[in-house]
Write a protein that binds this ligand. Structure first.
Ligand SMILES: Nc1ncnc2c1ncn2[C@@H]1O[C@H](COP(=O)(O)OP(=O)(O)OP(=O)(O)O)[C@@H](O)[C@H]1O
Ligand SMILES: [Mg+2]
Length: 269
């Protein structure tokens, strides 16, 4: 693994420590697939890290291990210095498909996320749900049913639902991949604004180079068969970043070239 630049993290605390994680799957009895091979990475508190790489390089597997949804076969992951043994309300995941409850409206979905905070009164939950629907720009669609919302609006509801319980870490698995380019561009602005306000630690999976450069403090480039960290790039561009800017394009082309070196390549759109 080559580290191009390192973050000046001496004074900053690690939020997540991924230590020598390996994972094997056995999709058929005679076949063993190594999804991750000795992956180590430290993520600082408040950092926005993008996992980038071609299909099958183990991005989702690594994210699920951080979430505590999958157990590593080797190595371990620590959150705030404690080994992750299972899912926890401090690490919430947002997937590509919004996985919202269709029988609840937008408000009901955000309220459901707040069940993770049993210490709150119902009035407090309602207030928080309203605040987060405001934050993602959906205050007017509070009582809209999920099927009445566009793909981008559904992902906004999912984002509000994940943020409302105030997790320390937000884990996002290609959350905007199914959306059209214009909706995505708007969401890049929103997620950056929300991150700058909340300073959550975010691990964001993508196979889109520009998206990674637009959002990440660091980009962790992974390669497949077996999944490994290939290179780590620091992106020192000021924020908020415009995905269509020339500075961003210059970084993207450098990273896209590195990505071509990985087995299958990926989208640099
Ligand atoms: N539950 C599972 N059972 C069997 N094999 C699996 C399972 N989950 C992942 N794999 C295998 O592990 C490898 C890594 O998969 P993973 O889904 O983590 O990749 P990815 O980088 O997220 O890919 P994509 O960009 O397509 O989402 C692949 O070879 C995949 O087939
Ligand atoms: Mg995946």
């Amino acid at each position: 693994m080559e580290v191009l630049t390192t973050v000046s993290s001496e004074t900053r605390l690690p939020k997540l420590e991924i230590e020598g994680v390996s994972k094997w799957f056995t999709p058929k009895r005679s076949l063993m697939v190594q999804a991750l091979d000795n992956v180590s990475l430290s993520v600082t508190k408040g950092e926005f890290v993008c996992l980038l790489g071609p299909s099958g390089c183990g991005k989702s597997t690594l994210l699920n291990i951080i979430a505590g949804l999958t157990k590593p076969d080797d190595g371990r992951v620590l959150a705030d210095g404690k080994v992750i043994e299972g899912p926890g309300r401090q690490r919430l995941v947002m997937f590509q498909e919004s996985a919202l409850f269709p029988w609840l409206d937008a408000f009901g979905n955000v309220m459901f996320g707040l069940k993770l905070k049993p210490d709150l009164t119902n009035a407090e939950r309602r207030k928080i749900a309203d605040e987060y629907l405001d934050l993602v720009g959906l205050e007017k669609f509070k009582h809209a049913h999920i099927h009445e919302l566009s793909g981008g609006m559904k992902q906004r509801v999912a984002l509000a639902r994940a943020l409302a319980p105030d997790p320390h870490v937000l884990l996002m698995d290609e959350p905007f991949a199914a959306l059209d380019a214009m909706t995505r561009d708007q969401l890049y602005d929103d997620i950056q604004r929300i991150w700058m306000e909340s300073r959550k630690t975010i691990v964001f999976v993508t196979h889109n180079v520009r998206e990674a450069v637009c959002l990440g403090d660091r980009i962790v480039l992974m390669s497949p068969s077996p999944g490994r960290i290939q290179q780590v790039f620091e992106i020192p561009l000021p924020r908020p970043r415009d995905i269509n800017s020339q500075e961003l394009a210059a970084y993207a082309s450098k990273i896209a070239a590195a990505l071509k070196g990985t087995a299958n390549g990926a989208s640099s759109e």
